[in-house]
Design a protein around this ligand. Sequence first.
Ligand SMILES: NC(=O)c1ccc[n+]([C@@H]2O[C@H](COP(=O)([O-])OP(=O)(O)OC[C@H]3O[C@@H](n4cnc5c(N)ncnc54)[C@H](O)[C@@H]3O)[C@@H](O)[C@H]2O)c1
Ligand SMILES: O=C(O)C[C@H](O)C(=O)O
Ligand SMILES: [Mg+2]
Length: 633
Amino acid sequence: MSWKTWFGTWGVKQAKERAAAEKASRSTSQATIIEEIKNDDTHPAPGTTPDTGGVAIIHSHHLNQGTSFSARARDELHLKGLVPPAQESIQRQEDRVRAYLNTLSSPLEKHVYLGRLRAEDTALFYRVVVDHLTEITPLIYTPVVGEACQKFSLIYTPGTVEGLFLSIADKDNLDEILSNWPYHAPDICVMTDGSRILGLGDLGLNGMGIPIGKLSLYVAAAGFDPSKTLPVTLDMGTDTEKYLNDPLYLGTRRKRPADEEFYAFVDAVMAAFKRKWPKLLVQFEDFSSEHAFGCLERYRNQYLTFNDDIQGTGAVILAGFINAINLSRTPLPNHRVLFFGAGSAGVGVASQLKEHFIRAGGMSEDAARDAFWLVDSKGLVTFDRGDKLPQHKTLFARRDNEGKQYKSLKEVLEYVRPTALIGLSSQGGAFGEEAVRAMKEFNERPIVFPLSNPATNAECTFEQAMNWTDGKVIFASGTAFPAYEYEGKTVEPGQGNNMYIFPGLGLGAILAKAEHVSDDMVYQTAATLAEALDEEERSHELLYPHLTRIREVSALVAKDVVKAALREGNCDQEDVLKLFGAVSRQPFHDDAVLSDPERNEALLAFVKKRMWDPHYAEDEEVLVGELKHKASL
Ligand SMILES: NC(=O)c1ccc[n+]([C@@H]2O[C@H](COP(=O)([O-])OP(=O)(O)OC[C@H]3O[C@@H](n4cnc5c(N)ncnc54)[C@H](O)[C@@H]3O)[C@@H](O)[C@H]2O)c1
Ligand SMILES: O=C(O)C[C@H](O)C(=O)O
Ligand SMILES: [Mg+2]
């Protein structure tokens, strides 16, 4: 053996021994710490550990009041010296948050800062969101949440618990893991498996940003109690090599499971939820298409659940479409709708629109279906294209193409001559000038909805659509585009994003104590949202209400969801039953009573009363007493 080889071997041996010794000492000391914690039955004096005394209040994001603690609270809760002396209103604290946001240059930094605020002072965070929806929503939700997901493993900061990670390897220990959840029994859960996050693909565990972002809107837009929201990411691996090879990736390093293993795990999760929190509403979010449809069919009658990308998107686009039809002046049955993208969202929206063509257009099922053409990555979806279609595409596959296949968007456009072009393909820029100009050639007022998210995936921009249609386009996108000045007039684009639906749908379902989320409840959300435009919004030809009105709109949506549940015997809310003279879980069809204005107003008031409004407790007596109790002082 040469000295070099000998030295190398010796070095490796030494390093191995060192590592083994370190590991042993680490595990011994960890084991010791765990034992010490377990056996510690002493009760530390208030304030002597960070988990007791007044400081526990500062560390509790639901109790923290930032710099708003009164002099008395500071005194009695042992907070003096721990917070700066200035005693400020929540509004002044909001000013500071926004002033600080203005100093940050990148949207991701703003997202991270706001996330920290949510984790440390919940009331202040939501006050800022609710008071500045247009400014803050894009930072905590689409589009910035897209980048935050892509970098989730990088920006993750330990020390905050914002959601549950459920790993497939823990399939048999789910009850134990759920019992670790430290907050109240949740009302609402948004759950993803990270396999199709916005139009960004399979992000694995990094998808956690989406449930957190969606639930922030449940709170801000529909007044859910933040301590009763549950973000969940199912960690089942990822097929994205980049993450599997990223040393910082926080998820399980394995490829995604085949269907059998996938469904066995999701079955186990749903059953565990039901055991632990029987009334929980579970919103499925950003699952890859086939699993999105598969889970919806599998669970919709057994559990209280819906799929946001299929049903929420379907409803929000139907609402915008109802208003677009009025602006287009083309009667409903004459519309021909081309979908670019035939995944969960494309088929979900087509299904919802088809339902409307039947209900409001008086069309037969077949005639309604014939008003839709779907395009996927292989071209127009037809039965004789030669590939095996997944079940959801067969719902709208064409038979009338006479053996001819249409591949490019240009070919399909010429063949179909649609009145509406809807993009749900995640292919940024796919609606080029030629395609959009063709839409203007076919129609006086073409409907063009590039709905893919985030903004970089939108099939075209608002500015492009305006310029290429001589300002005639009826437009909505998934991510908000800025208003555009066209021929001296400022025109506002629509934002067709399911955030106008899911918060109100969820609230209605919970308040009705519904057993399931039915098709009627979903359809009703679209009808209500379409109706929710006020005079001023109508006069500006808007398709959706201003974002600043979203709480008011969610309340209206929730109210009508409760009524839809009542109609089909899916309601068990005592106050509501009493108000309408209905019987629990019995269908109620008295239209005169259901449309009675006084009862509707009372129902709306009932809904609004249950919406959490972000604030610090005002009654000092109650506040100090309650906080003392919570901090065991
Ligand atoms: N605005 C909203 O509220 C909203 C709601 C849900 C989804 N979305 C967006 O819609 C997009 C699609 O979501 P999904 O769940 O349906 O995804 P998906 O992956 O299931 O579907 C994408 C579809 O696009 C098709 N496609 C891909 N490349 C194409 C190409 N070059 N030409 C034509 N078609 C092509 C695919 O074949 C597939 O049918 C995403 O970007 C998502 O963010 C928006
Ligand atoms: O998350 C969004 O902004 C909308 C939608 O659910 C999506 O998947 O794109
Ligand atoms: Mg989604």
